[in-house]
Design a protein around this ligand. Structure first.
Ligand SMILES: Nc1ncnc2c1ncn2[C@@H]1O[C@H](COP(=O)(O)OP(=O)(O)OP(=O)(O)O)[C@@H](O)[C@H]1O
Length: 262
């Protein structure tokens, strides 16, 4: 198989919090790349630095050290209009879809807020329908509903649609399925693999659950206490893990090894 084009590359990426006795090295000199059109998952236990890494990729958190390159450009310290443009190309979906919703806004109103970034209301409406279609929802079904009238899975699909309206090149999903029950979780994972297969979307998927990581990933990055202890093609990491920590994570989900995860 030919190597995919690299869309995002992190080199020596480091993030510390606090100092002196209170220093926390949340992410330590991590090197990784995200292949265009691939799903890369970052997996690790709570506190391993996954969200900190995701927030640096999203440029929501400055790096302490290291280089971030997107589409061949150094984006490590971009600010102002350059960063605003970056946030169109790189969109995020977070854990709790409820928290991002104003309970008194319909889905239509929530999604309409992106229109000004798209240019015109007419173009925005087209994109809204298109984006809802990509996540398997129809406007007629959800646009006039309020958040409490949607299931958790529908809410998360609306949030993915909102991100897709910007036609991002990279979608970062940080524990985007962890508040959903198992069947809805698989449904969202399938939405993400469809986005990869149909749109060629590049996805960075963050999870503490190696079962989910393996279910959707092309590439798996394993983090332990701020370090990236293992990375490789999903099959290689699942069936021939090199690091003890990865083996331990995998041993918690024995059924994975017969590829029946879900
Ligand atoms: N703003 C902050 N100030 C101080 N320490 C922080 C901050 N954010 C994260 N940390 C610390 O950095 C380390 C990594 O945290 P991070 O949230 O990135 O881990 P995680 O793998 O995403 O965990 P979880 O799955 O629980 O979200 C932890 O020790 C955490 O306490």
């Amino acid at each position: 198989m030919t190597e995919p084009t690299v869309l995002f590359r992190g080199t020596g990426v480091t993030r510390n919090f606090g100092r002196g006795k209170h220093l926390v090295e949340a992410v330590k000199k991590v090197n990784f790349s995200l292949g265009q059109g691939q799903i890369t998952t970052v997996v690790g236990e709570s506190g391993s630095g996954k969200s900190t890494l995701a927030r640096m990729v999203l440029r929501l958190l400055p790096t302490t050290e290291g280089l971030l390159e997107f589409d061949g450009r150094d984006v490590t310290t971009i600010t102002g209009p350059e960063r605003a443009a970056y946030w169109r190309d790189v969109q995020a979906v977070f854990q709790d879809p409820f928290s991002s919703f104003n309970q008194f806004f319909t889905v239509r109103r929530l999604l309409s807020r992106s229109f000004r970034l798209i240019g015109s209301a007419a173009a925005g409406r087209d994109r809204m329908e298109e984006a809802l279609g990509h996540v398997g929802l129809s406007g007629a079904d959800v646009l006039d509903r309020f958040p409490h009238q949607l299931s958790g899975g529908q809410r998360q699909r609306v949030m993915i649609a909102r991100a897709l309206m910007m036609r991002p090149k990279l979608l970062v999903a940080d524990e985007a399925t962890s508040m959903l029950d198992a069947s809805l979780r698989v449904n969202i994972l399938n939405v993400l693999t469809d986005l990869r297969d149909e749109l060629g979307m590049t996805i960075l998927f963050i999870t503490h659950d190696i079962g989910q990581a393996c279910y959707i990933a092309d590439q798996v990055l394993v983090m332990e206490q701020g370090e990236m202890v293992e990375q490789g093609a999903a099959d290689q990491v699942i069936f021939d893990p090199q690091h003890e920590y990865t083996r331990r994570l995998l041993s918690d989900v024995p059924r994975l090894t017969d590829q029946s995860a879900g």
